[in-house]
Design a binder for this molecule. Structure first.
Ligand code: BES
Ligand code: MN
Ligand code: MN
Length: 457
């Protein structure tokens, strides 16, 4: 390991300047007008995979944004790992809240600020540099590696899901490795063994064929904004429990053992609340905060639009109202089943005074794995080499839709070791990545490949 680690230490500045170039490409998968930038980012990723020494590197077209693939399979006695990550990023609005432009990566106080710094280009790049370090120092990798980097994670991974189902042979591996999550806290590296799933909807209501004078017609027709508010208000009770019938049927309870392990984690509820700037935390009182975000499902309103919202006042009854809502799901809920339950309930609570349209957007299954398997243990040893600390085991509240697809279609365990931080503003203004975590993460990734190699095939 030593020459590899030396190489990594001496190349630190080069890594940062290269990463800046990756972060400069505005690969926002959700915005159609950015499609060309997303493509450019896929091409950049292809060139990077070639440059670090991978073989059979290619850009694979999909009906949406391309997938990038590369491999190196010349370690006959070692296992094969499939590395997965995404090169697409979230939109950047509200732009005025960024302290430096989102696509001009800027280093301040040891953190690199840019959209995609933590989620997920920085973490993808960390593995690229670990791979490169082996080729530069030893001319080979200790393990067989397949690299799969997609451009549609932030919009639900629909095309990747199909690609995995259709290419099981190409992707066959002993373990899936992903760095697309956060550490438990600064100085507390972690391994993530469960993610929540997702069911996302758009709700459209129409009350009349046009906006109306609220004096002339007010009182005789429904107000869709009001109806929407009333409908949304019926989704949860005061205690934070979701009222959709059957919603909790498949929720797996947290074992006493797991709960006890979480109680030992260095979590300070007061600091958590203060850091978030929340006057008071909300949610189901009978569950701890970690249980609420890791092991309980949610119903959230992601956005609402209706009526007049400009300066001043306008007396109007809006014709339409719209909301984007999503539910985070936990094992063993299924997004399709939950979607049906939600649709039935939304139809039931919608009055006859409005037209209701429900549109299913993306979804994803929750994921959970046993963490006793040898690959997870190997990752633990590797993280210790990179960070000088043994990792804690945690769940995460976010979703990576393809992880459960890998588990089901390829039948292999996934190891999630992320080096972001919970306060690094993923999806928000001023996203950043701590450069010492990035750097330690390169060492840990390299160490992980060596540890996997020892597990022999
Ligand atoms: N990297 C995140 C998921 C994540 C965040 C996992 C924090 C663990 C901790 C990923 O890029 C993401 O944002 N996923 C979306 C999925 C959705 C668009 C289908 C999410 O969770 O909202
Ligand atoms: Mn991500
Ligand atoms: Mn994301």
């Amino acid at each position: 390991m030593l020459p590899v680690v030396d190489f990594i230490h001496t190349n630190r500045d080069r890594y940062v300047s290269e990463l800046k170039k990756y972060l400069a490409i505005p690969s926002i998968s959700a915005l159609p007008e950015r499609a060309n930038d997303v493509l450019r980012c896929a091409e950049w990723t292809v060139e990077e995979l070639k440059a670090i020494g991978l073989e059979n590197v290619r850009l694979i077209e999909t009906p949406g944004h391309p997938i990038v693939y590369g491999e190196w399979l010349h370690a006959p006695d070692a296992p094969t790992m499939l590395f997965y990550g995404h090169y697409d990023v979230q939109p950047v609005d509200p732009l005025e809240l960024w302290e430096s432009p989102p696509f001009e990566a800027t280093v301040r106080d040891g953190e690199i600020y840019a959209r995609g710094a933590a989620d997920d280009k920085g973490q993808v790049f960390m593995h690229c540099k670990a791979i490169e370090a082996f080729f530069k120092t030893e001319g080979r990798l200790p393990v067989n590696i397949k690299v799969l980097i997609e451009g549609e994670e932030e919009v639900g991974s629909k095309n990747l899901d199909k690609f995995v189902q259709a290419n099981k042979k190409l992707l066959a591996a002993d373990v899936v490795v992903i760095s697309d999550s956060a550490m438990f806290d600064r100085g507390v590296p972690s391994i993530c063994y469960s993610l929540r799933g997702l069911a996302y909807f758009q709700i459209d209501l129409r009350g009349t064929k046009s906006d109306l004078h609220s004096g002339v017609f007010g009182g005789a027709v429904a107000n869709p904004a009001m109806v929407l508010a009333q409908m949304l208000a019926q989704m949860k009770d005061k205690g934070g429990r979701i009222k959709i019938p059957g919603f909790y049927d498949d929720v797996r309870a947290v074992s006493a053992e797991e709960r006890a392990a979480w109680q030992k984690l260095p979590f300070n509820e007061k600091k958590y609340r203060k850091d978030l700037g929340a006057p008071k935390l909300a949610g189901e009182r009978e569950y701890s905060v970690l249980e609420r975000v890791w092991a309980r499902p949610t119903f959230e309103v992601n956005g609402i639009l209706s009526g007049f919202t400009g300066d001043g006042a306008k007396t109007v009854i809006p014709a339409v109202a719209m909301a984007k809502v999503s539910m985070r799901l936990v094992p063993d809920q299924h997004p399709d089943k939950v979607a049906e339950l939600f649709e039935a309930y939304a139809k039931k609570v919608a009055p006859k005074t409005v037209e209701l349209k429900l549109t299913r957007m993306h979804g994803g299954r929750p994921w959970i794995t046993e963490y006793g398997n040898p690959f997870v243990q190997a990752a633990g040893r590797a993280i210790e080499q990179g960070f000088g600390k043994t990792p804690v085991y945690c769940r995460e509240g976010g979703s990576i839709p393809v992880v459960s697809t890998f588990q089901e279609e390829l039948g292999v365990p996934a190891v999630l070791f992320g080096v972001g931080l919970p306060d690094e503003n993923a999806h928000a203004p001023n996203e950043r990545l701590d450069l010492s975590n990035f750097h330690n993460g390169i060492v840990a990734s390299a160490a992980f490949y060596s540890e996997i190699a020892r597990l022999r095939a």
